[in-house]
Design a protein around this ligand. Structure first.
Ligand code: HEC
Ligand code: HEC
Length: 642
């Protein structure tokens, strides 16, 4: 089990000997988590001399000297620093302070925080439209993008997007912002359920529309845009949730993708799989495009690799330009006797659609190279202005790893602060995000439970309650306090839930792995709802909603009771669907319900309002028939605040 960390240069003693410090992991304001350094996003200064990186667990911004390959300065910040972007003149670094509802403007010379812009509670990705003097901020949990006028102190416009924006990129002419929504919005019962990429018009400051990714797409991460502004490259997970999760072989449960969007037609041009038939490229995260447009770099956070795509040839082949003399123009390497996918695309470019299901396409045409890095969990990626260096944030190693882009060799690694030995909780967090623990490396626990053990917005047909009855994903927050597990209460408790998840979705855990993941789940802390007021108190509407929730008439608190708002019993509340084997479901916890949609066991309610109104026509799920529209609004406001 320790092999990976030994390989990556981290020293690790048998963790059994370490005391279990509780409450750890990536949680804002937590004294323990500050011990770990977890670089999340990286950005080169415009002159290439510095790399700025956000340290999500140690509430810091680090500046790394590129030439000396050593840490220059550390600046203390608030919350969990996430997105990082430099001003074009190099005089400021902007950093999202997720959880603190602010973006800090840091002076890289003095290290002073010059200003803080107020945004929504959980800012993630940032982008700068320099010519417009605008900073764009992805407000993840309130599903919007703030446009902040850098001449002032606040946002001037807020544009709504479908669901949890995490990354933003802007076209070179600053006309369009491309926003990756991390999770699918809408009902999970829709077989086409998938995350979308939103396009914003920066001239008119409006939402132009969305480009849908293939069914099962989720965990949408970093985005890069071609220099001519025609294409956007988006890294994401492509779950195979429309088939029962009965085996892992050949990407049956999960695959990992890059989608190319045509920004002129506002459509998806192609989706290619980064995996190969026997090795997953789990949890793609960072994307960086070479200035000459010839290579695209993608960090594969679950397998600790950087992929390099030969973009020049890929785009030629995608357009049907496979040379006649190419061996793939004669036969398919993987299925001899059949036509290769590239030949089929050459005959008819519409065949590009088949690429989203073709595990061999990139490998067969030698379009992808996967480079292992001496670090664990690479996230954000950035290229130096001269294109010679690629920097990635090795989240769990606490280091910035540098690659020489010409040779593809490792050019160095800069440790942020001291390398601290992981304790069981941090180790559990690492295993939770480590797809090399999975047979053929297809996925990690975090593939389906992103955002520190929360949900992916999809339905899955898993084996623990018999196949043929898909269930919506569940957050693991406080799962240790709310046995039994699963919508149908089939697994006794969180501990068994972890063990069987290993058995069915990863492989047999090695000694200690299961306990470490359990320790990580126990460490998860709720993040205060963005719908609370600035003092983290209920708003007036939510207070009225609480009255209704606890009233004898509505009956909500009859079942949603105690600190986790569940009686831990199963009930028939009239929500049985056509595919269900039973009409009884476990009362779910309502903590953090603002971020765990869609709702109900089968994800048939897109919103909390739908739970109350659409799926409760029989008035069996609490009583709401007597409530007027204002009271329903108040009840929703209360639920949103939990
Ligand atoms: C392919 C997607 C997927 C992967 C990978 C996955 N899970 Fe889950 N997990 C789910 C879904 C869907 C549910 C809800 C199942 C149900 O209620 O029937 C769930 C439920 C759980 C639960 C029960 C939560 C509760 O409160 O009822 C636990 C615990 C859990 N998962 C842990 C893990 C661990 C640990 C891993 C990695 C070893 C993992 N999961 C990997 C999809 C996944
Ligand atoms: C008889 C027990 C009971 C009562 C009373 C009850 N609930 Fe529920 N609640 C449940 C059960 C069981 C589920 C899961 C149903 C399903 O998955 O199909 C649920 C699901 C929910 C969900 C969706 C949670 C999720 O994660 O998807 C919300 C929101 C909710 N209840 C709110 C309420 C409100 C508001 C009231 C009062 C109007 C209420 N409940 C009354 C038992 C109850």
């Amino acid at each position: 089990m320790v092999a990976r960390w030994q390989e990556s240069g981290l020293i690790l003693r048998a963790f059994g000997a370490l005391a279990c410090a509780c409450i750890l992991g990536a949680h804002a304001g937590d004294a323990q988590s500050a011990r770990w350094h977890s670089p999340h996003d990286v950005a080169f200064s415009p002159d290439g001399t510095l790399i700025a990186t956000s340290d999500r667990t140690a509430a810091s911004l680090w500046l790394v000297d590129t030439k000396e390959k050593r840490v220059g300065r550390r600046i203390s910040l608030r919350g969990q620093p996430t997105g990082v972007v430099w001003a074009a003149d190099g005089q400021r670094v902007y950093v999202s302070e997720c959880g603190a509802a602010t973006v800090a403007a840091v002076d890289p010379l003095s290290g002073d925080v010059l200003q803080r812009f107020e945004v929504e509670r959980h800012p993630e990705g940032l982008a700068l439209a320099d010519g417009r003097n605008l900073l764009l901020v992805a407000n993840s949990t309130t599903h919007s993008v703030s446009l902040v006028d850098l001449g002032g102190t606040r946002e001037t416009t807020r544009i709504e997007v479908p669901r949890e924006p995490h990354h933003i990129a802007i076209t070179p002419d600053e006309s369009i912002a491309v926003v990756g929504n991390l999770l699918p919005a809408g009902r999970a019962t829709d077989p086409a359920a998938a995350a979308v990429v939103s396009l914003l018009d920066l001239e008119r400051e409006v939402h132009l529309g969305d480009v849908r990714l293939p069914p099962g797409s989720t965990a949408v991460r970093q985005i890069a845009i071609s220099r001519d502004g025609h294409y956007a490259y988006v890294a994401h997970v492509l779950g195979r949730n429309n088939v029962p999760s009965t085996q892992l072989e050949r990407g049956w449960v999960n695959t990992n993708a890059l989608s190319i969007l045509d920004l002129r037609t506002r459509t998806r041009y192609a989706t290619v799989l980064l995996d190969n038939p026997v090795r997953g490229a789990a949890d793609p995260w960072g994307v960086a495009l070479a200035r000459d447009g010839k290579s695209l770099w993608i960090s594969l956070s679950g397998v600790h690799q950087i992929a390099r795509l030969d973009l020049e040839r890929l785009e030629t082949y995608l357009a049907g330009g496979l040379p006649d003399e190419h061996r793939l123009a004669r036969t398919d390497d993987y299925s001899p006797g059949t036509e290769s996918i590239w030949l089929r695309i050459k005959r008819d470019p519409k065949n590009r659609a088949a690429l989203a299901n073709d595990l061999a396409a990139l490998t067969a045409a030698d379009l992808i190279e996967r480079i292992p890095i001496p670090g664990q969990g690479p996230r954000g990626l950035a290229l130096s202005p001269d294109g010679g260096l690629l920097a990635t944030a090795a989240y769990f190693t606490g280091a910035i790893v540098l690659l020489d882009t010409k040779s593809g060799g490792i050019a160095g690694s800069v440790q942020l602060g001291e390398a601290v030995e992981p304790d069981p909780t941090r180790l559990g967090e690492m295993i939770f995000h480590d797809a090399t623990k999975c047979f053929q490396h297809w996925l990690s626990c975090a593939t389906c439970h992103p955002n520190d053990g929360r949900v992916d917005g999809l339905n899955w047909d898993q084996t623990q309650d018999g196949i043929g009855n898909p269930k919506n994903n569940k957050s693991l927050l406080q799962a240790q306090h709310t046995p039994p597990m699963d919508w149908r209460a089939v697994r006794e408790d969180m501990e068994l839930g972890v063990l069987t998840s290993f058995h069915f979705l990863m492989r047999e855990p090695e000694p200690g792995e299961e306990e470490a993941v359990q320790a990580f789940i126990r460490s998860l802390q709720p993040s205060p709802s963005p719908h609370l007021d600035a003092n983290l108190e209920l708003t007036a509407s939510a207070r009225r909603g609480r009255e209704i929730f606890t009233s004898k008439e509505a009956r909500c608190s009859k079942c949603h009771t105690g600190p986790y708002l569940t009686d831990m019993e199963v009930h028939n509340v009239g929500t049985r669907g056509d595919l269900d084997r039973s009409n009884k479901f476990d009362t779910p916890s309502l903590v953090e319900i603002y971020r765990t949609g869609p709702y109900l066991h089968d994800g048939s309610a897109a919103t909390l309002r739908e739970v109350l109104v659409e799926t409760n026509k029989s008035d069996r799920h609490g009583r709401i028939a007597h409530l007027n529209p204002q009271q329903i609004d108040d009840l929703v406001a209360y639920l949103q605040s939990l």
